[in-house]
Write a protein that binds this ligand. Structure first.
Ligand code: BV8
Ligand code: ZN
Length: 249
């Protein structure tokens, strides 16, 4: 991939870079994005229709099992070179703010020291009613596990459509978007709000906007640079060219 020299020198001088990732960065690890058609048991369902409180209340077992299957899948796959490149970048530059829409936990497993999980985590489970987190739970495969405090139904600690994002996470994300010199939107279709507005918040503060995505998105026309291809290939190359090959002096 050719990186324009003015971008290379700009990034080398950047003290704070903010990155927003979406399901596309986990695709090369073997995890399905929301855009990908579902397969097997879940082929007949659209994710947007399962990732809602209404769907859970309507059919708790179906939604619980969908997340249990995704949790198991996430446990069996490995981070890919794109995750590792971002973990390495956090060790190279003065400040990297890593924001993710993903719930798979792969950034942390790749070694990223601090990850802002805007949409929660599939690895954590809490009570739908009282909100208490369950460290462990028994899934007998028949019934949705119950809260040990109030016997309410347990649910994945993810943000469903129609639910608010965790306030602290969103506030940190907005601060990171407003104070960075460069904002990267990586592996996301940029359709889900409010995460999709972060790039515009950065742009309004004069940050350079860079997109790395398999295909163009609604953000592409507003980017200063857009690289279309696989993040697992582009990110390691970008780190190499910008921060490793820099000539001395
Ligand atoms: C809220 C967790 C309200 C769950 C997720 C109309 C207009 C605007 C907004 C709305 C609207 N109607 C409703 C809304 C609000 C809604 C929303 O934005 N809807 C959209 C669909 C229009 N938003 C919400 O409901 C949010 N909450 O607004 O609250 C509120 C306000 C006040 C008080 C109370 C309530 C909550 C949104 C969070 C939903 N939860 N995930 C779970 O994971 O199950 S979102 C989920 O879908 C993902 O997290 C992801 O962010 C999103 C999209 O999934 P994908 O498309 O698969 O992934 P992604 O977008 O990342 O795209 C993949 C991209 O990667 C593709 O472009 C592809 O080309 C690329 N790619 C693929 N492979 C690669 C690659 N790129 C590089 N390399 C590769 N190898
Ligand atoms: Zn409870």
């Amino acid at each position: 991939m050719d990186f324009p020299p003015e971008l290379v020198s700009f990034l080398r001088a950047a003290s704070h870079i903010t990155v927003l990732t979406g399901a596309g960065v986990s695709q090369e690890s073997g995890l399905r994005t929301f855009r990908d058609a579902q397969v097997g048991l879940w082929a007949q369902y659209r994710p947007e229709n399962l990732a809602t409180p209404e769907a859970f209340l309507n059919n708790p077992k179906l939604v619980w099992d969908w997340y249990a299957a995704r949790r198991e899948r996430a446990d069996t796959v490995e981070p890919n070179p794109g995750h590792y490149a971002l973990a390495e970048l956090s060790r190279i530059i003065p400040r990297l703010s890593l924001l993710t829409q993903n719930v798979d936990g792969l950034h942390a497993r790749a070694g990223s020291p601090s990850v802002i999980e805007l949409h929660g985590s599939i690895r954590k489970v809490r009570c739908f009613d009282c909100g208490v987190y369950a460290e462990t739970w028994q899934d007998d495969g028949q019934n949705v596990p119950k809260c040990s405090c109030c016997s309410g139904l347990l649910r994945p600690d993810v943000v469903w459509f129609g639910e608010s994002l965790p306030r602290a996470a969103l506030e940190s994300a907005v601060e990171a978007a407003r104070t960075c010199q460069a904002f990267f939107s990586i592996g996301t279709s940029g359709l889900v709000q409010p995460a999709a507005s972060l790039a515009h918040a950065a742009r309004n503060r004069g940050a350079v906007i860079v997109e790395i995505n398999l295909e163009p998105t609604p953000l592409t026309p507003k980017c200063d640079y857009a690289f279309h291809g696989k993040s697992g290939e582009i990110l390691p190359e970008l780190i190499q060219v910008v921060w490793k090959e820099q000539t001395s002096g």
